[in-house]
Design a protein around this ligand. Structure first.
Ligand code: GAL
Length: 414
């Protein structure tokens, strides 16, 4: 009896607490080692404001599974408080009429002054902030295991010629040159990096930002496709369907020498206790040192009926954009802060280089949105591109010329 009364008392108490503290349900796909650590920092920081983090994590790199789960929840009239949504998709969700304005928080904390307009514009729907950016990831990196390169007596490649020469030397030395994950978003990630390296920044812009038909099916695109396919013999047969973090593990463990991937991969190296410059190298992918493909993570807020929940959303928005959070989160995530003017002294050389190049490339006009990561085109167009690229990778007999024409057709999908 005593025990029952006690537990009832606890129940009443915790209900009272729950009424004041807002439950903030957050959808994300950060479930790998480095990602989970970074998300853990957000949870901790939000909870210092008296709110309760309700985890809505849906595993799967680049968030395809998470978006499917989110659509089901929104359609049934039960959206989470916040969700990781990026790029032009923010406008698509805005047009559905389901997003909540966080403009009051943005005004109070002066977001317009600390975000570059290229970033803040993406976060606004009809002039009001509906999303908060947390980082900038650079996508066009090559992650390298220096010990394996040394064994094969090669240097980290800077051109495609050097890359294929190094890959041959590694193969000869009995080392798997490239760790690869055959999933549509990873195929597209590697493909866009090859496109930038082979075609250059102007070509990339014309093809994937302007969706120019002639560029998409032209001779440079054919060369890009051929170069992309040349990588395949240097990967292993078991790469189909492999998650990106398992791909990174192969470079960490010395099973393979290199991975093309955005700098969320650095989060995995760091979570495994590896030291940049010593245990692993970050180098711009071949031919891409003079450009920067960016991928910005952000969270949108959904319209919710409950007042406590709205308070929780404002707390979350405030936290996401605070300098303290942007530093701590990005030290774990592998990215750099989205806020300008942050002190980068705690960041490693990869982070510092990313921050310097971001500025330099913005000034030169070679800062480019990653289409593989939802920065350049609407989701239906992007999905159609993914399909064409993966089909090409998986079919050894596929023609590069015909595939280029298919890319041009995919660009028309809305
Ligand atoms: C990207 C996302 C990153 C990273 C990666 C792998 O699209 O922006 O934060 O986690 O997917 O899941």
């Amino acid at each position: 009896m005593q025990a029952v009364r006690m537990s009832m008392g606890v129940a009443v108490l915790s209900m009272a607490f729950a009424a004041n503290a807002a439950d903030v349900e957050v959808l994300h796909w950060w479930t790998s080692g480095g990602e989970a650590k970074a998300a853990g920092e957000l949870k901790k920081m939000l909870e210092t404001k008296g709110d309760k983090w309700k985890d809505f994590a849906v595993a799967g790199g680049a968030g395809e599974n998470a978006m499917t789960a989110l659509k089901a929840r929104v359609v049934s009239g039960n959206p989470p408080a916040a969700a990781q949504i990026k790029g032009p998709a923010i406008q698509e969700w805005g047009a559905e009429g389901v997003l909540a304005s966080i403009d009051d928080v943005a005004k109070k904390d002066g977001w317009d002054k600390v975000l570059p307009p290229a970033v803040s514009n993406v976060m606004k729907y009809k002039g009001q902030y509906v999303a908060a950016p947390v980082n900038v990831h650079r996508v066009n990196w090559l992650w390298v295991n220096p010990l394996l390169l040394k064994k094969a007596n090669v240097k980290a490649p800077t051109t495609w010629d050097e890359f294929f020469k190094a890959a041959d030397a590694l193969k000869k030395a009995g080392i798997q040159p490239v760790a690869y994950g055959g999933q549509p978003w990873q195929d597209a990630t590697v493909f866009e990096t090859v496109a930038l390296g082979v075609g250059g920044a102007d070509f990339y812009k014309k093809a994937f930002v302007q969706l120019d038909q002639a560029t998409l099916k032209g001779p440079t695109m054919v060369k890009v496709l051929e170069t992309y396919k040349r990588i395949k013999p240097y990967t292993d047969k078991a790469s189909a369907g492999r998650e990106w973090n398992l791909v990174t593990s192969m470079v960490i463990n010395g099973t393979a020498a290199m991975q093309f991937m955005g700098d969320w991969a650095k989060g995995e190296f760091l979570a495994a206790g590896k030291v940049p410059g010593k245990d692993f190298l970050c180098v711009p992918a071949p031919g891409t040192a003079n450009a920067y493909t960016f991928n910005i993570d952000s969270f949108v807020m959904f319209k919710l009926p409950n007042k406590d929940a709205v308070k929780g959303q404002k707390d979350l928005a405030e936290t996401l954009m605070s300098p303290q959070f942007q530093e701590l989160f990005n030290l774990n995530k592998g990215s750099i802060p989205a806020r300008m003017g942050m002190d980068m002294s705690k960041f490693d050389d990869c982070g510092k280089k990313s921050a310097e190049d971001f500025k330099a490339d913005a000034a030169k006009g070679t800062l480019l949105p990653s289409f593989a990561h939802g920065m350049a085109m609407y989701s239906a167009t992007q999905g159609a591109m993914y399909d064409v690229i993966s089909q090409f990778w998986n079919d050894d007999a596929a023609s590069a010329q015909k595939t280029a024409e298919k890319l041009a057709t995919a660009a028309k999908v809305r």
